[in-house]
Design a protein around this ligand. Structure first.
Ligand code: GDP
Ligand code: IMO
Ligand code: MG
Length: 430
């Protein structure tokens, strides 16, 4: 039995899409288990770049099945346009299935999120404005509409009427706005989308269990990163789902005992989109270098990403929370040419030096990073394909990270392309 989970170990955009696509051919089923179109996963292969917001990043392998599982929140308009994009290029293999319990992101979720971010003003979260928070909030409040409801139109209409009545009252009463939503209009749109989506709806639990029981290999692709987890991230500047590896169980119905490997993905530096504390943030020349060389602009929103040095205090925390059995280190090439490269290995807070910390926005905003400094390795490294060819300074940098976080570093990503990858033999055995 092989069930591998890929998860982001920072604030998202670590390169999960590249790794999922890379490993995809080895798996019979590839599953996205949480989040929605707030995610933007990039796959660069054969000279083409693909960006997926909802589709699992192995969708280009038509002979392998992909599942958008129950833990996801799905914007049908966005999903239809991703499917159409592939159809128009002859890349659609009808290899997608969608869990019946996944929730639907409605137009009122997106609008209410906009209103709420505006109301918060300076305290705004800086969301992707994809309606993710309001959709998960409705799920918890038992006001949500599930993908499977598309197959039961009368019940769907009744549930929709209950939700829309409340949303209209909220828009008018709390936000003092005149916009109203029509049940009939949303219902008609859902029915139209249902013509394409309906045949793809499955029981996510039965499907995943079926693969596992037959001994077939399953890959679970996380979205966002551990520091954006609703419970274990830098609350309240987080997303609204379980981005940690345990989310793969919650979002699919896989048992914790089924998971055989958890791969954490981290850049060789740190980025963050949206607001919230970021101890190692660099606002000067080096921050600009990382943003421009790393093309650090959001896949979903185009916003410039905030950039800083790799933070090992945070990485130790996220790898523990995930239960990572190995680490994939990405975007190493972005550090090419720097004279020195730094990592945070401790924090100074109220006169104390800490190598671990409670992760909350409040605590992190009081931390001053303590850096470890390394010689740069020149470069470029993107053409290297063997571990033995790594410049010694880079090999030392990777060894240091591995030793300090206590998790074997297996994959080194040296460029966005599929081929710009080295599989390393870890010095640390687990
Ligand atoms: P994800 O959300 O974790 O899938 O990551 P994103 O796709 O949002 O962001 C990662 C970006 O870095 C994408 O533009 C990738 O093509 C790119 N990328 C991935 N790995 C590497 C790498 O090793 N080097 C460079 N230069 N770019 C990379
Ligand atoms: P991938 O899967 C980076 C951030 C937003 C914001 C916070 C809440 O590509 O790594 P939301 O719209 O989810 O309510 O926004 O979370 N965020 C991401 N940052 N990568 C992502 O996904 C993200 N998804 C959400 O910027 O700070
Ligand atoms: Mg991304």
């Amino acid at each position: 039995m092989t069930v591998v989970v890929i998860v982001g170990s920072q604030w998202g955009d670590e390169g999960k899409g590249k790794l999922t696509h890379y490993l995809g051919p080895q798996f019979d089923l590839v599953v996205r288990f949480q989040g929605g179109s707030n995610a933007g996963h990039t796959v660069k292969t054969g000279g083409e770049t693909y960006r997926f917001n909802l589709l699992p990043s192995a969708i280009l392998y038509c002979e392998h099945t992909c599942l958008m599982a129950d833990g996801m929140v799905v914007n049908l308009t966005r999903l239809l346009s991703e499917i159409k994009f592939l159809q128009e290029r002859g890349l659609w293999g009808d290899n997608l299935r969608i869990g019946s319990h996944a929730h639907l992101v409605m137009p009122y979720h997106i609008f209410l999120e906009e209103l709420e971010e505006e109301r918060l003003g300076g305290r705004a979260i800086g969301t992707t404005k994809q309606g993710i928070g309001p959709c998960y909030a409705d799920k918890a409040a038992r006001l949500g509409i599930q993908v499977g409801d598309l197959l039961h139109p009368p019940a769907l209409k009744e549930r929709l009427a209950t939700a829309v009545e409340f949303k209209n009252a909220l828009i008018r009463g709390v936000y003092n706005r005149d916009e109203t939503y029509s049940v009939d209009k949303i219902y008609d749109e859902l029915m139209r989308a249902g013509e394409t989506i309906g045949p793809l709806v499955v029981s996510s639990v039965e499907m995943v269990r079926g693969y596992i029981d037959e001994g077939r290999a399953v890959l679970c692709e996380g979205a966002q990163g551990a520091l954006l987890d609703i419970d274990y991230g830098t609350y309240p500047f987080v997303t609204s789902s379980h981005t940690v590896a345990a989310g793969a169980c919650l979002g699919t119905g896989i048992s914790v005992n089924d998971i055989t490997k958890v791969i954490g993905v981290s850049k060789a530096y740190t980025t963050r989109v949206g607001n919230g504390a970021f101890p190692s943030e660099l606002t000067g020349e080096i921050g600009d270098h990382l943003r421009e060389k790393g093309l650090e602009y959001g896949t979903t929103t185009g916003r410039p990403r905030r950039c800083g040095w790799l933070d090992l205090v945070l990485l130790r925390y996220t790898l523990k929370i995930h239960g990572c059995t190995e680490l994939a280190l990405t975007k190493i090439d972005v550090l090419d040419g720097l004279e020195t490269v730094k990592v945070v290995n401790a924090y100074r807070r109220n006169g104390d030096v800490l190598t671990a910390t409670e992760v909350s926005n409040e605590q992190l905003s009081q931390c001053e990073p303590v850096y470890e400094e390394f010689d740069g390795w020149g470069g470029p490294v993107s053409g290297l394909r063997a571990e033995e060819d790594l410049p010694p300074q880079l090999a030392q940098f990777v060894d240091f990270i591995e030793r300090e976080v206590g998790v074997p570093v297996r994959m080194l990503s040296l460029g966005p392309d599929h081929d710009e990858t080295i599989w390393r033999t870890p010095k640390l055995k687990q």
